[in-house]
Design a protein around this ligand. Structure first.
Ligand SMILES: Cc1cc2nc3c(=O)[nH]c(=O)nc-3n(C[C@H](O)[C@H](O)[C@H](O)COP(=O)(O)O)c2cc1C
Length: 158
């Protein structure tokens, strides 16, 4: 297995995307944005309602994502917005679709004030045979403080 890093994330409105790009600048590796085949509605209230139904029913959206050789990565940063206190369904789809056993999984999330909620513990539930590292949670896109906070977190992770 190559000692290679993958940053994989879902972002609907750009916050998690911004954090993923900062991580990418600081660690050597590949970056991939998860997209569901059927995009979520633009309207905020509609997506909030749809997400609630999907999470409650355990719906797993189909993804436009193909990773040729997941086996070549040994460290995977997994990013999600906090949706209803858990991970967004497209991130759950990714975790169910790809086998991350024996890999290092490093979760990160953005939120609207509720913190990480159960995002990290729910990611860990889907990655039972992975080593889960300390996650990083930030409000919105973190503004100008994001870069420094991410650097400090990455240093702590080693
Ligand atoms: C469907 C939905 C549910 C959300 N639920 C929560 C929540 O439970 N707690 C919270 O702090 N923020 C919640 N938010 C806010 C998002 O976590 C926050 O805006 C996040 O940064 C969005 O990331 P993105 O721009 O990468 O999509 C929710 C947003 C959406 C669209």
């Amino acid at each position: 297995m190559k000692d290679q890093c993958l940053i994989v994330y879902y972002s609907r409105s750009g916050n998690t995307n911004k954090i993923a790009e900062i991580i990418h600048k600081k660690v050597d590796g590949d970056i991939l944005r998860i997209e569901p085949i059927k995009p979520y509605p633009e309207n905020y209230n509609s997506v909030v309602e749809q997400a609630k139904k999907e999470i409650n029913s355990g719906y797993i959206p189909e993804l436009q994502l193909y990773i040729d050789d997941i086996g070549s990565y040994n460290k995977i940063f997994v990013g999600s917005p906090n949706w209803w206190n858990t991970l967004a369904p497209p991130v759950k789809s990714f975790l169910l679709q790809y086998d991350l056993s024996n890999k290092i999984v490093i979760p990160f999330c953005t939120h609207g004030g509720g913190g990480q909620g159960k995002v990290f513990s729910d990611i860990a539930k889907e990655c039972k045979d992975s080593t889960i590292k300390q996650g990083f949670a930030i409000y919105g896109d973190g503004g100008s403080k994001a870069e420094k906070l991410i650097t400090d977190w990455l240093i702590k992770l080693g």
